[in-house]
Design a protein around this ligand. Sequence first.
Ligand SMILES: Nc1ncnc2c1ncn2[C@@H]1O[C@H](COP(=O)(O)OP(=O)(O)OP(=O)(O)O)[C@@H](O)[C@H]1O
Length: 388
Amino acid sequence: MHDGSGRIAVQNLSKQFGAVNAVQNLSFTVEPGSVTGFLGPNGAGKTTTLRMLLGLVTPTNGTATINGRPHDQLGNPARVVGSVLENEGFHPGRTARNHLRVYSAAIGMPDQRVDEVLGLVGLSSAADRKAGGFSLGMRQRLALATALLGNPQVLVLDEPTNGLDPEGILWLRNFLRAYAREGRTVLVSSHLLNEVEQTIDQVVIISQGMTRYNGSLDQLRKSNQSRVLVQSADANGLVAALQEAGITQVSPMPDGRVAVSGATVQQIGDISAKASIAVYGMQEETADLERMFFQLTQGQYSAPPPGFQQQGPPPGYQGPPPGYQGPPPGYQGPPPGYAPQNTPPPGFAPPQQFQQQGQPPQQQQYQQAPPQQQAQQQGQNEGWGGQG
Ligand SMILES: Nc1ncnc2c1ncn2[C@@H]1O[C@H](COP(=O)(O)OP(=O)(O)OP(=O)(O)O)[C@@H](O)[C@H]1O
């Protein structure tokens, strides 16, 4: 039997598809009581890892367990773990209620649970509509309702914000945080840190199939990795001089400045003086979370997000706080082959979040759960438009 701990443990997990190393020696644990973000750029190996955890793909090496057991040894797994993976299919001619009844019967839950989960995801008023006519956001909710049927201790969601409008994202955030507060385990994958940043407390960051960071989001935020922006008489000369001195995280910026990580202002000043390059100014800049995520996963982006290099420190910024002690615990170094890239190659498509900015919110297409169903949510879900 499983140990009932709610813990997810991934140990030395690898998956090779022919020549593709989709996941390489990945290890992390996810504890109950918090929402953990499983983050990495497109193709990092998130879906493959989750599919191994859910028994849908056989690992080449290593183990992925829930409650100390692989998925196929969980007994009635739907009562332990609920999941929503990409491309969930529904019979288009079947109503939401009937779809849920089929699944509910298959895992031995009473029909009454169907109405409960419809209420939990705010689909009660659409219960008798055919799933074929549902919007993407509604299909996401129906998939979540299906995952919740077994009242599982562990919830695993792959890119759950896809297709949700801002209101839906807020609703999902409140729902997941409340679910975790009940002592359950929630693991949510995303390639967009900013979409899950306000939802998660713990984070596992992977890139190129390997773990880059595993720890609390707060710790990552507080680590204050900084860089120095240098205005000099000769940017190329300064880059060469710094690299010769063994400082490798050096990137010329479009505005003529040079961004340097892993070196102090004094070191940079000494190196430029030795190379006889005049320095007109230096600014220390603390990394924001988005930039740290980018740094941790940089090897896999084809180019930095637009504006990435241009960001300056906020007004009033006075350098890193006293006591800065380097990268956070859990940081496992830059990806192999990391090389700063400053100019997007031809055909560069910016990450999705930048394409999405400025789009009008979609019209709300279904109704807030009635009060008695909200009550069923044990105070956890504040409903549409609820406050985070
Ligand atoms: N069935 C498969 N056969 C061959 N290669 C695969 C298969 N599934 C995944 N891959 C490859 O494994 C790598 C990791 O893919 P995966 O879908 O796990 O990444 P991901 O982090 O979930 O990406 P995304 O954010 O785009 O969903 C990719 O290079 C992908 O092309």
